[in-house]
Write a protein that binds this ligand. Structure first.
Ligand code: XBP
Ligand code: MG
Length: 258
């Protein structure tokens, strides 16, 4: 089947948002609320198995003696911390502290010149997506994307297939006509659970992501070295032609075995 749509994950794929934005902002939010909690990089890497910032906070509280005892108090603390974290995250983005991963802008431009549909499929909250994309692509960023599905619009976050199923439904496309770009085990799992072929550019927290079932895995879109399988012959960055070649190689079994 021809490739008709590129489905972009946000956190870790478009930018190193977890490393440069969310983790730091969570720690600032703890400090601002007078809490002694801090998440170092190694611990945050493990916490990322829980997708969704509020859910991550609640998960962490299950391990702390000084967390509020009742479920209701934990929930309201998680909501307040999440709001504070998001405000701080958005400030960091606006200050230019969260760069695009190299090769992302160029590939988006390739795709739009070729008339491919593009969509965002993320488990992040919409205001965070809006701030990142606005900062990098301007106030009309959403016009570049046919559909934007965020974490606050689906019942289950990645690795559940909900966000991918929602985007396919809204685009009116079959999974086999699309290609996802993801960075994490949860993202790859979500795409595969929705039968969407996926290419993986592991982010800082997932250098050894198990990308079983992915069409290709490589260090980033900026470099055609180090990909498995190798892209088409040539030098420079990964192009739309490479994605089309990988997409053509999608085994039919991929769609029935996920
Ligand atoms: C992203 C997430 C999000 C972010 C934080 O995963 O899991 O929770 O860490 O964003 P993916 P929020 O890249 O797979 O979409 O605080 O807005 O949830
Ligand atoms: Mg991601």
């Amino acid at each position: 089947m021809n490739l008709r749509a590129l489905l972009w994950d946000v956190d870790g794929t478009i930018a190193e948002t977890e490393r440069d934005g969310h983790r730091v902002a969570f720690n600032e939010a703890f400090e601002a609320m007078g809490l002694p909690w801090r998440w170092d990089e190694a611990y945050y890497g493990r916490l990322l198995a829980t997708t969704g910032g509020r859910e991550r906070l609640l998960r962490d509280m299950t391990t702390r003696d000084d967390a509020p005892p009742s479920a209701r108090e934990r929930e309201s603390l998680a909501v307040a911390l999440h709001l504070s974290k998001n405000r701080r995250y958005q400030q960091r983005v606006a200050q230019g502290l969260v760069a695009l991963r190299p090769g992302v802008r160029e590939l988006m431009e390739d795709a739009s010149r070729a008339g491919l549909v593009q969509a965002i499929v993320t488990t992040t909250s919409r205001p965070n997506v809006d701030s990142l994309m606005h900062h990098h692509f301007g106030a009309k960023w959403a016009a570049r994307f046919e559909v934007v599905v965020c974490g606050d619009e689906v019942r289950r976050k990645k690795p559940a297939p909900d966000a991918y199923e929602r985007v396919l439904e809204r685009l009116g496309l079959e999974a086999a006509e699309t290609l996802a770009i993801e960075d994490s085990p949860a993202g790859v799992g979500a795409a595969r659970a929705a039968c969407v072929p996926v290419v993986v550019t592991p982010s800082a927290y997932f250098p050894h992501v198990d990308a079983k079932g992915a069409l290709a895995v490589g260090p980033g879109l900026h470099d055609r070295q180090g990909w498995s399988p190798a892209p088409l012959a040539g030098t420079g960055r990964v192009t739309l032609a490479d994605l089309c070649a990988w997409h053509l190689s999608t085994p039919a079994l991929h769609f029935s075995q996920t």
